[in-house]
Design a protein around this ligand. Structure first.
Ligand code: SF4
Ligand code: SF4
Length: 177
């Protein structure tokens, strides 16, 4: 049974209803950040306070932010030397995934030394919470989140699905048309 919690909209106070104080508050906050950053950039230009970071504007998507080494980005499946997936379809990642967004169909591997391989391997990015549990749970180092790809916008839920081909050969937006 689905439980629905009804949340009532809080009533606005008199000062919130006339909204001018909130506009002034917003302008004051924006001005504070503007003046702080302007001052810091001026100091930086003459070599002072270099260790205090000032905000900068990145011209995304032409200019990309340099992500820290350990950032979790879009998933990929690692490959064996022959180009086939390292994945042995053990289902550990699918089981541990808190968002239930990994869907694997297993099949027998032609190599008798390897029990199984994925027939299909899909990840629904629309549900993924980027927790990284799938990467940690994998006993084969077969799935990683190190593609540095952050573009995950799509026009429909179906387009948020990454199939095995996209996971083996990650490309910017090719899985998200
Ligand atoms: S990052 Fe977390 S939510 Fe996303 S697929 Fe992996 S385990 Fe599931
Ligand atoms: S945990 Fe690793 S080996 Fe197991 S199904 Fe997931 S990706 Fe494949």
């Amino acid at each position: 049974m689905i439980r629905t919690k009804v949340v009532s909209r809080p009533k606005l106070s008199f000062w919130e209803r006339i909204y001018f104080p909130e506009i002034f508050r917003g302008v004051a906050l924006t001005s504070k950040h503007f003046l702080k950053n302007l001052t810091l950039h001026l100091f930086h230009s003459i070599g002072l306070f270099r260790k205090v970071a000032a905000m900068v504007t990145i011209q995304y998507p032409e200019e990309l932010w340099k992500l820290p080494f350990r950032s979790r980005t879009r998933h990929r499946l690692t490959k064996r030397a022959d180009g086939s997936p390292r994945c042995v379809a053990c289902m550990m990642c699918e089981t541990v995934c808190p968002a239930r967004c990994i869907y694997i169909v297993a099949e027998e591997h032609p190599d008798p030394n390897i029990e199984k391989r994925p027939k299909s391997f899909d990840i629904d990015l629309g549900k993924c919470v980027y927790c990284g549990f799938c990467v940690e749970a994998c006993p084969e180092d077969a799935i990683r989140m190190d593609t540095k790809i952050l573009d995950i916008a799509a026009y429909s839920r179906e387009e948020m699905m990454l199939d095995m081909n996209e996971l083996l050969n990650p490309s910017h937006k090719s899985g998200l048309k």
